[in-house]
Design a protein around this ligand. Structure first.
Ligand SMILES: Nc1ncnc2c1ncn2[C@@H]1O[C@H](COP(=O)(O)OP(=O)(O)OP(=O)(O)O)[C@@H](O)[C@H]1O
Length: 223
């Protein structure tokens, strides 16, 4: 399991998460909703080990993580993939989709890398023709599929999707949701962040509200 316990985090003086608990379970899609600005992306980045916490713990399959970003142990960082809202902001415009997908795998010309890219291309429905194009030559949905392939290239145990379909039309959203469902069915633990309640209800196995994950909200239920 990927867990956050008593996580406090924010930006300088601005505390966004005030003692938050969250568990992401292998093989399930955990939906996370909440109003704009409530801290969903911040929590997503904390559990993906990309954003520092000022208190609390994050554990990956029972191992407590020290630090975040490059300070977190590499073997734990590799266990969590992340997909962001804007595939264009998340890719280098000078790289082909093939290079984008191969990036976590190391030298693109190695045969093991070529083989893994071919597997990922098939899994995420990216033809050879698409793999040789640059981001400006493909649609948002095709580029997001490449970002999804890159995020799971090293076979992470967990995947964090932060508003990964927010820029896509309904049919492309459905394709991405289905591909992520396939990953969950194969055992990946998924955290799906969205402000779209209807989407999360259809997509996730269960939906949590960020407000309810705060210790002060839990105390008010319990009292
Ligand atoms: N890099 C940053 N520096 C300073 N403040 C930030 C930064 N990123 C986010 N914030 C602030 O932290 C708070 C939570 O932002 P966050 O993006 O986590 O919320 P969110 O629930 O994901 O919002 P949205 O649904 O609009 O994406 C907001 O008040 C936001 O302005």
């Amino acid at each position: 399991m990927l867990t956050a316990t008593g996580v406090v985090a924010g930006y300088g003086e601005h505390t966004v998460l005030r003692s938050v608990d969250l568990t992401v379970t292998p093989g399930r899609i955990t939906g996370l909703q909440g109003p704009s600005g409530s801290g969903k992306s911040t929590l997503a980045r904390v559990v993906a080990l990309l954003h520092p916490r000022t208190a609390g713990t994050v554990t990956v399959d029972g191992r407590s993580v020290t630090g975040s970003g490059y300070l977190a142990p590499a073997e734990l960082r590799r266990r969590i993939g992340m997909v962001f809202q804007s595939p264009r902001a998340a890719t280098d415009p000078r790289w082909t989709l093939r290079q984008v997908i191969a990036e976590p795998l190391g030298a693109a010309r190695r045969s093991a890398t070529r083989q893994r890219v071919a597997e990922l291309a098939e899994q995420f429905q990216l033809t050879d023709d698409l793999l040789d194009r640059y981001p400006h030559q493909v649609s948002d949905g095709q580029l997001q599929r490449a970002c999804l392939a890159r995020a799971v290239a090293l076979r992470p145990a967990y995947l964090v999707c932060d508003e990964a379909t927010a820029m896509l039309d309904p049919s492309t959203t459905a394709t991405i949701a289905q591909l992520v469902r396939g990953l969950a069915d194969a055992g990946t633990g998924v955290l799906a962040v969205s402000h779209d309640r209807a989407l999360l209800t259809a997509w996730a196995d269960h939906v949590l509200d960020l407000h309810d994950l705060h210790a002060d909200a839990r105390t008010s239920w319990e009292s």
